[in-house]
Design a binder for this molecule. Structure first.
Ligand code: DGJ
Length: 355
């Protein structure tokens, strides 16, 4: 090829390459952030995600997000007026699945309200909150624990349901008042040795109980600890990182937000050392206008944990939004920085440039 023709082709390739690079940069810059806390989040069918007070299960390379289906009118029963106890009727627990944490497919109501029997725990007139699901490898069953209550929150029970598949249907087993006491806000934690624990508000929300579950996880084993006596907390979250147990919780202010509280321990039974509010940034004092629901590790990413929370809209509960934020560890100290928008690629960046 003579020099003139070579120059011509070089020019063309150069222009093409530059064009491609510009498009790539533009695509990266304009790429939609995966998470915008507080915005309406849509599922793959374009509907708002409806999974409040939720929890996450990672099973067979798929994330399953379970939460309260909040639908219908928000009302205020007269008996709940003194504490702003707005409610929606129980419709069930909804599940979404995702491979990438960004695109969520609606798997439908995996545990449905029981409309025929007013005495049933799942009747629309009751309260069903904070579902958490774990997979029991020996029984090959998916076990869901929930907060079950009467309309006035005085029944204060723990309910359990089981399924053979992560997308249900879950069969309701029943409810108990564990350790002979009341049980309201609750979470589920499974340790590396396969032992499972329920952590919940008891003694009229004054004290948190940690109860070990039976081997099949369908009941309570009878071994429990009273922790943070008199602390008056709820929305408990427990997770484990590098052998340390982390505990997060809110104060009890109904649907209104308040500061997040952190404690750490070397054993699930304690002693738990309180470390204050890990939130950093504007509105840290209100947990960024939200209340915690769950923390889960991102699969295949060492040290990557996501905090799931609810930004409750008490007068229009179905319009409550989600606040998800990445946890950051600085010399084992947990921080929860505010990010107005972010993506799972956050975890791939060097810690120093993350926030
Ligand atoms: C706060 C709890 O964390 C929620 O799950 C719900 O029970 C509301 N209180 C009711 O006010």
């Amino acid at each position: 090829m003579n020099n003139a023709r070579l120059g011509f082709w070089r020019g063309w390739f150069g222009m093409l390459a530059r064009g491609f690079a510009i498009c790539l940069a533009a695509a990266t810059l304009c790429a939609e952030p995966a998470f915008i806390p507080g915005e309406v989040w849509l599922d793959t069918a374009g509907n708002p995600i409806n999974a409040h007070g939720g929890g996450m299960l990672y099973f067979n390379h798929t994330y399953y997000w379970y939460g309260e289906n909040k639908a219908g009118a928000t009302t205020m029963p007269v008996v709940n007026k003194s504490w702003d106890g707005y409610r929606v009727d129980v419709t069930g627990i909804r599940c979404y699945s995702s491979k990438d944490l960004v695109h969520w497919r609606d798997e439908g109501l995996v545990l449905k309200a029981q409309t025929n029997n007013p005495a049933h725990d799942l009747h629309p007139s009751k309260v069903v909150e904070r579902p958490k699901v774990a997979y029991h490898a020996k029984t090959r069953r998916f076990v869901m624990w929930l907060h079950i209550d009467s309309l006035d929150y005085q029944a204060a029970r723990a309910g359990v349901a089981v399924a053979n598949a992560p997308t249900g249907p879950f069969a309701y087993v029943g409810s108990v008042r564990p350790e002979g006491a009341d049980s309201r806000d609750q979470t589920l934690f499974v340790d590396e040795d396969g032992k499972a624990y329920r952590i919940y508000s008891s003694e009229t929300n004054l004290t948190t109980y940690i109860s070990q579950l039976s081997d099949d996880w369908l009941g309570h084993a009878g071994k429990y600890a009273r922790v943070f006596p008199g602390a008056h907390i709820e929305a408990q979250i427990v997770f484990k990182r590098r052998g340390k147990y982390y505990f997060l919780a809110s104060a009890c202010t109904g649907w209104d937000p308040n500061p997040l509280r952190l404690a750490v321990a070397d054993s699930i039974w304690g002693p738990w050392r309180e470390c204050g509010n890990p939130c950093v940034g504007p509105d840290a004092a209100t947990t960024f206008h939200s209340q915690g629901a769950f923390v889960f590790p991102v699969a295949g990413q060492p040290d990557a944990f996501i905090f799931m929370a609810d930004r409750w809209n008490k007068k229009d509960l179905p319009d409550s939004r989600y606040v998800w934020l990445p946890l950051v560890f600085e010399q084992d100290q947990l921080k929860l920085p505010w990010l107005p928008e972010w993506s799972p690629s956050f975890f791939a960046a060097k810690p120093a440039v993350r926030w």
